[in-house]
Design a protein around this ligand. Structure first.
Ligand SMILES: [Fe+2]
Length: 393
């Protein structure tokens, strides 16, 4: 009990509610940003979301520039290109607009605006992230999906083209100065992406809660985040215009990212490899790996999973801890079934011949190191095999 020092940190200011985007000029002024660079992707550029933000800025007479070329699972070259736009347009702050990819790029542009490149030198796995010097230009994040939680996180996940794998840059200096969560910006998100990103949020909350570390604040947030996903994800998938469901899913995503300052687990290592090797959408990858990982962790994490079962509204009062834990796994499987996620990796287009490379990449990923049950490379292969075939139950 209390055998080590813990650190708790929840510093990002969050503005939430339908129409919250209209407060953007006020937040720019508070943070001292005179000319922001909007960092987004081609998908957002082709919707009216970018227009909605531009209208708000133009109405207030705020000059701005736009970089809209961020790729999915963004590469170092995306960051370099965004930095060029930032410098050539004489910007002094960044607005990240979009899903996890634009937000992750938006958060590291200020790193390279002040610190020498390449970005990979600040990889958290080498301790390079501790070399980042500030102060950094301020960032405002405006998410248009509800999954990554990058809007309140201190990390960015970037793909190295030369290594063919992802690396993470994390530093408290990268915390956005303001996150604007406006459910009206999410109603146009297609059902499949709503389901995938929602499963990313669920995986964050479950894995963070399951990490064996002393952080009762994050644990409480994670449990509430799980409850919101259990109640609202299916509604958001099936009724895209349901502002209440969209709002609670935005909350669940943000809460998952706050909670995972505790760390994540094996599902994220498996998912990161699926994205870097197969280009799979991150939330879908988590959805396909979460249940096998929960079953793998079952005995060690039964006491935690029993609490998760209660988040799904299951009365566990007459159950043993293991029975309740089993109900939690089943509840997650049922949710996945109801929101039309592919049944397995094979159905999602992964070739069986890719499993050994995936396994190598997943083992190199650091997330599994905080999984409650230690993972060998063989364990990760077994988990991929379970996720590969049809249903494991
Ligand atoms: Fe994630």
């Amino acid at each position: 009990m209390f055998d080590k020092i813990s650190r708790f940190s929840f510093p990002t200011q969050i503005t939430f509610g339908p129409g919250a985007r209209k407060l953007l000029p006020e937040h720019l002024s508070t943070l001292g940003i005179d000319k922001p660079l909007i960092v987004t992707d081609p998908g957002i550029k082709n919707t009216d979301i970018l227009t909605a933000i531009e209208v708000v800025l133009k109405k207030s007479g705020v000059p701005f520039a736009v970089f809209s070329e961020v790729q999915a699972n963004p590469y170092e070259e995306d960051v370099v290109s965004a930095l060029k736009a930032f410098t050539s347009s004489s910007c002094d702050g960044v607005i990240g607009l979009g899903g996890g990819s634009p937000l992750d790029v938006a958060k590291v542009v200020p790193v390279l605006a002040v610190n020498d490149g390449p970005l990979s030198r600040y990889d958290v796995s080498t301790g390079g992230n501790l070399q980042i010097k500030g102060p950094l230009p301020s960032v405002i994040t405006i998410p248009t999906t509800s999954g990554t939680g990058s809007e309140v996180g201190r990390c960015s996940v970037i793909t190295s083209a030369s290594q063919g794998s992802k690396f993470m840059v994390c530093n408290p200096l990268m915390m956005p100065g303001q996150a604007i969560l406006d459910p009206e910006l999410v109603v146009g998100l297609p059902s499949a992406l709503t389901a995938y990103t929602g499963m990313d949020a669920l995986t964050h909350n479950i894995e963070a809660f399951t990490v064996e570390d002393f952080h009762p604040m994050c644990d409480a947030i994670a449990l509430k985040g799980i409850e919101f996903v259990a109640q609202y994800l299916e509604r958001a998938v099936k009724n895209p215009g349901d502002i209440e469901a969209r709002g609670y899913m935005m909350m669940a995503a943000m809460m998952g990212a706050v909670a995972f300052q505790k760390d994540l687990g094996a599902a994220h290592s498996l998912a990161h490899a699926l994205s870097s090797v197969c280009g799979m959408q991150h939330g879908l990858a988590n959805a396909l790996c979460l249940v096998p990982v929960m079953k793998f962790n079952m005995e060690i994490s039964a006491h935690k999973y029993a609490e998760i079962a209660r988040c799904f509204g299951i009365d566990t009062s007459v159950m043993t801890e293991m029975e309740a834990a089993g109900e939690a796994v089943e509840a997650v499987e049922d949710l996945i079934d109801r929101i039309a996620i592919p049944a397995c990796l094979a159905d999602a287009g992964v070739a069986e011949s890719e499993l050994p490379l995936l396994c190598d990449k997943a083992f190199e990923d650091s997330c599994h190191q905080t999984n409650p049950r230690p993972c060998t490379k063989g364990d990760l292969m077994m988990l991929y095999r379970q996720a590969y075939g049809k249903k494991t139950r």
